[in-house]
Design a protein around this ligand. Structure first.
Ligand SMILES: NC(=O)c1ccc[n+]([C@@H]2O[C@H](COP(=O)([O-])OP(=O)(O)OC[C@H]3O[C@@H](n4cnc5c(N)ncnc54)[C@H](OP(=O)(O)O)[C@@H]3O)[C@@H](O)[C@H]2O)c1
Length: 162
């Protein structure tokens, strides 16, 4: 089962200056709980933004650079190589960024979308436009803004009609 997991603004914004747009403590907890124990695939730029392997997960980085090394991470150089690597794992999470979401948009079974209730006009990374007619909303949980969560947001889980 392959899942894209993303936090996006209403305008599809996902990042600025190779950083996330805001800190949502409850979303980070959801992300950690959901992905722990599983494989996460990320682009080289997202990896460099995090700058360490995320604990208790199999960290896989996609890059064109055949000599790229990152301690505690596996490196793949193409989608084919990534898909080959996935075969040994039951749950795969595609964790971004924009380029990697685009590459996998038609290759996943599920989307977990943290829909932040705000626009981010200064963002420089955006999520793929989704065709929601091909998706089934199976779960939606609402979270309210507070001192540790800058904005209201919903976590929406969709399965993809194949
Ligand atoms: N809101 C969220 O949920 C979320 C999640 C993750 C990231 N982000 C944000 O997204 C932004 C980064 O996104 P991005 O699109 O700039 O970068 P990215 O998708 O993280 O990484 C792009 C890199 O992936 C590699 N790559 C892409 N396609 C490839 C292919 N077909 N084969 C081999 N390698 C390939 C290339 O690495 P090389 O250049 O090394 O070849 C490319 O430069 C940041 O602002 C980050 O904070 C947001």
């Amino acid at each position: 089962m392959k899942t894209i997991i993303v936090a996006k603004g209403l305008d599809n914004a996902i990042g600025q200056d190779n950083e996330l747009l805001c800190r949502l403590s409850n979303d980070l907890k959801f992300f950690k709980k959901t992905t722990s124990g599983h494989l996460i695939l990320m682009g080289r730029k997202t990896y460099e933004s995090i700058n360490r392997p995320l604990p208790n997960r199999v960290n896989v980085i996609l890059t064109n650079n055949k000599n790229y090394k990152a301690e505690g991470c596996h490196i793949v150089n193409s989608i084919t190589e990534a898909e080959e690597f996935f075969k040994d794992y039951e749950k795969i999470f595609i964790i971004g960024g924009a380029q990697i979401y685009n590459l996998f948009a038609d290759r996943v079974d599920r989307y977990m979308i943290t829909q932040i209730k705000a626009n981010f006009p200064d963002a420089d990374s955006h999520f793929t436009d989704l065709d929601y007619t091909k998706l089934n909303l199976i779960e939606k949980t609402e979270f309210k803004a507070d001192e540790k969560n800058e904005y209201d947001f919903d976590v929406e889980i969709y399965t993809v009609n194949k």
